[in-house]
Ligand binder design. Structure first.
Ligand code: PEP
Ligand code: MN
Length: 346
């Protein structure tokens, strides 16, 4: 339910309504708009009739149901887009973020070279996996804690904030100590203990769409994070599995404008995992900008032929620089700016 307050209601009245909502066993989630405040009341649907009585309380204009199963994530509750802050960057409707770097952190030299190259080309966030979700248990699993340390060291040297994957709920504390954004991978989109765990932190979360999951399921997973208290969620379209076998996944770009209609959360696109084919990444990156997304995630390796994971889909530094150059006119049309990142103070 949404409790819509009258324009000009006092803070005391708003707090009073929030307390009433919580006394009824719901979570109260106030959103302060320019003209008025609305309060999301979310919880077990069965008790929602109780909330209707709040319509009679002073200062309340209306109590209306949220029709979508995802409540806090829905546009019905919050009209204005959410802006997720990462250091001096604001992931949302005005800026454009480019998260680039290797699939995996492999060595100090490799991650530093990758970071310097992507920064020089205009990326403003460094990606790199330390804990890797690999299909085969015999494939490289990542440098784990050592990889996190190398990411933090590279951040110190380049000023680029870091996004890296957290594979299990037991690693949230460790990964949070090093990273600026916690990445939830496609294979973990419905790992509910993990979603609840990152929901209890205040770290920005990059939630990737599961390869077999619908847009609605992606939003329900985001709802897990939001309902546990963390509103800093960025969604990522990274391709879904279809009958097509010439690409690794089918990049569902229609999900971007669809998500923009359904949710206030920022949306980025990963054309690297979305296609798995190096030559398709630059055109799909341009198409992603035109689709209205808020950023990109792209794998870049100083020497893709030597990469320990996903080399075949990684761009080398000059291919990435070319991609970034050709992106500029599209960014201008969309009135988006890539802001340079400054050192993130943790
Ligand atoms: C990754 O970003 O390296 C990754 C494993 O992506 P996904 O979870 O989308 O497969
Ligand atoms: Mn990868």
């Amino acid at each position: 339910m949404i409790v819509v307050m009258k324009p000009g209601t006092s803070q005391e009245q708003i707090e009073y309504i929030c307390r009433q909502i919580e006394n009824m066993g719901f979570l109260a989630h106030p959103i302060h708009g320019v003209e008025r405040t609305v309060i999301g009341a979310v919880g077990d649907e069965r008790g929602r009739e109780q909330l209707l009585g709040l319509a009679l309380v002073d200062g309340v204009e209306a109590v209306i149901p949220i029709m979508k199963p995802y409540k806090l994530a829905s546009r019905e509750l919050q009209k204005q887009p959410t802006v997720v802050k990462v250091g001096n960057l604001e992931v949302g409707p005005l800026q454009f973020v480019v998260m680039a770097g290797p699939c995996s952190v492999e060595s100090e030299e490799q991650i530093l070279q990758a970071a310097q190259a992507v920064r020089a080309a205009g990326a403003n966030i460094l990606r790199g996996g330390a804990f890797k979700p690999r299909t085969s248990p015999y494939s490289f699993q990542g440098l784990e804690k050592k990889g996190l340390e190398l990411l933090a060291k590279t951040r110190e040297k380049t000023g680029l904030p870091v996004v890296t994957e957290v594979l299990g709920a037991e690693d949230i504390k460790l990964v949070s100590e090093y990273t600026d954004i916690l990445q939830i991978g496609a294979r973990n989109m419905q790992n509910f203990p993990l979603l609840k765990g990152v929901g209890k932190t205040k770290k920005p979360v990059l939630l990737k769409r599961g390869m077999m999951c619908t847009v609605k399921e992606l939003l329900m997973s985001a709802e897990y994070i939001l309902s546990h208290g963390n509103s800093n969620v960025i969604l990522c379209e990274r391709g879904i599995r279809t009958f097509e076998d010439q690409t690794r996944n089918t990049l569902d770009l229609s999900a971007v404008p669809l998500l923009k209609e359904l949710t206030h959360l920022p949306v980025i696109v990963d054309p690297t995992h979305g296609t798995g084919v190096r030559s398709l990444i630059p055109p799909m990156a341009r198409a992603a900008v035109a689709s209205g997304c808020d950023g990109l995630m792209i794998e870049v390796h100083p020497h893709p032929e030597l990469a320990l994971s996903d080399g075949a889909q990684s761009l080398n530094p000059s291919e990435f620089a070319e991609l970034m150059n050709r992106l500029q006119p599209y960014l201008q049309v969309e009135k988006r700016k890539i802001v340079r990142s400054e050192m993130v103070n943790k």
